[in-house]
Design a protein around this ligand. Structure first.
Ligand code: ADP
Length: 252
């Protein structure tokens, strides 16, 4: 009888603990959802004013000859903020359940060429090589533009030399390679770059600004498309980021 009483007390205590844990869990989930919503809202609302600043900078760059360097600095720094808010928005969306895609059939070669040009218009450091045959993929253009933009901006940021972008078919898949001859990445840190806030020590040591969310967000977007991303790199020699995507069935 005494044993039964002790067991009952234990069961009641377990029930209390379970309820306390469920409450704490719910509070945590609510605060995490609140954080994601806040991040999404801030990222979204930041973009409006930043786009206005970019528009005025473009106007000034076309019409003014004075203070050109200063205007260009404001322009490129504002562009950085736009990229950061884009990353933060996608980051918040990837944390929420049901990260959805609006897929459409796309000619990957011309799509990539267009994204590269939009990231850095008329940049003499950039070249794009597209396989002659048409490569059709099923992707969400809005989200995927973000991936190309991140990889090309990184290649330009972490190198001072030429950057080459290549699109070619490999059996039933297609690869997009972004090649630079920049600072490279220490071997031991390669895998860490695709995690949230992952940055390489050499980028930090050189004082190159960054948030470490771009590649994480890029990986998430690529993975929901059924693809993958990898990097080959040698420190002080350069890096090649390779995105692999499935081609639309029926072509190879
Ligand atoms: P950010 O550049 O804003 O820090 P990313 O997530 O885009 O964020 O990149 C993560 C890290 O990967 C960078 O901080 C840098 O250390 C490294 N990295 C990315 N691209 C390159 C590159 N092309 N060359 C050298 N290092 C790179």
């Amino acid at each position: 009888m005494q044993e039964l009483g002790a067991l009952l007390a234990l069961a009641l205590r377990n029930l209390e603990l379970y309820e306390a844990m469920s409450l704490a869990n719910r509070a945590l989930q609510e605060s995490s959802e609140f954080k994601d919503d806040l991040l999404a809202m801030l990222a979204h609302d930041f973009k409006g004013p930043l786009t206005v600043i970019l528009g005025y900078c473009e106007l000034l760059m076309e019409t003014t000859t004075e203070s050109r360097e200063e205007i260009e600095t404001v322009y490129s720094q504002t562009n950085r903020l736009v990229r950061l808010s884009d990353d933060a928005l996608v980051l918040a969306q990837t944390q929420a359940e049901g990260f959805s895609l609006a897929r459409t059939t796309v000619d990957l070669g011309s799509f990539v060429a267009e994204c590269v040009e939009a990231t850095a218009p008329n940049n003499p450091r950039l070249s794009v090589e597209i396989a002659p045959e048409q490569i059709v993929v099923d992707l969400d253009p809005h989200r995927f533009r973000h991936v190309i933009d991140n990889l090309v901006s990184n290649a330009l940021k972490y190198s001072t030399d030429a950057v080459h972008v290549r699109v070619r078919p490999v059996e039933d898949r297609v690869t997009i390679e972004v090649v630079d001859r920049g600072i490279g990445i220490p071997k031991a840190e390669l895998a860490n770059l695709f995690t949230r806030f992952g940055r390489a020590s050499n980028a930090r040591d050189k004082g190159i600004a960054g948030s470490g969310i771009g590649l994480y967000v890029a990986r998430k977007i690529i993975e929901v498309h059924g693809g993958s991303i990898a990097v080959e790199s040698r420190e002080n020699e350069g890096s090649t980021f390779v995105v692999t995507l499935p081609r639309l069935s029926g072509q190879s």
